[in-house]
Write a protein that binds this ligand. Structure first.
Ligand SMILES: [Zn+2]
Length: 182
């Protein structure tokens, strides 16, 4: 592997100038924050990614460093209906533009459609992939059809009881009227 093509230490400008492409996969076990989302399930699952570097001419006539990044993985997330593990495909495809400084990135990220990041000679691509996959996680993962019939959760039962115990204000009013001093 050419040194500038190490996904953990990517030399971004060389990669873009060469029109480099990096196609790979990495064990889920290497992504600590992602595997926390699967409760440690699927350490051997592969996270597949494809990074394409390119130089594009900016509006000001200067060359810009761009990266097109896609990644996907099947993750065993917790089904929010039956609480069992549900295999969910998580993926993203995004374009990133790289600028020289943190300040420039902050300003331009607000103004532009693409994501603007700070350029680096030892860019950790895997970290960016993990950030993006975490953001692409479904808010409430669920089986299409749960493998087990879903029982009412204990918490729901308590909730219902709580509702019943609370006297209905109109019923109280009725009672007051009936027992009133007439
Ligand atoms: Zn389910």
């Amino acid at each position: 592997m050419k040194p500038q093509n190490d996904p953990r230490r990517l030399h971004l400008s060389s990669f873009a100038q060469a029109g480099g492409q990096l196609l790979g996969d990495e064990r889920l076990a290497h992504f600590e924050r992602l595997i926390a989302e699967t409760q440690g399930v699927g350490a051997e699952t592969r996270v597949h990614y494809c990074a394409q570097g390119e130089m594009r001419l900016g509006g000001d006539g200067a060359n810009q460093v761009w990266l097109r990044l896609t990644a996907h993985a099947m993750l065993a997330l917790t089904c929010q209906r039956c609480l069992g593990p549900a295999e969910v495909e998580v993926e993203f495809a995004r374009d990133f533009r790289f600028v020289a400084t943190e300040d420039q990135a902050a300003v331009e990220d607000e103004l532009c459609e693409e994501d603007v990041l700070v350029i680096s000679r030892a860019f950790n691509l895997l970290e960016l992939i993990e950030d993006e996959l975490l953001m692409a996680l479904p808010i409430a993962p669920m089986h299409d059809t749960c493998p087990v019939p879903v029982q009412l959760q204990a918490a729901d039962d308590d909730f219902d009881l709580g509702e019943e115990e609370k006297p209905n204000p109109f019923a109280v009013l009725q009672q007051l009227k009936r027992n009133g001093p007439h």
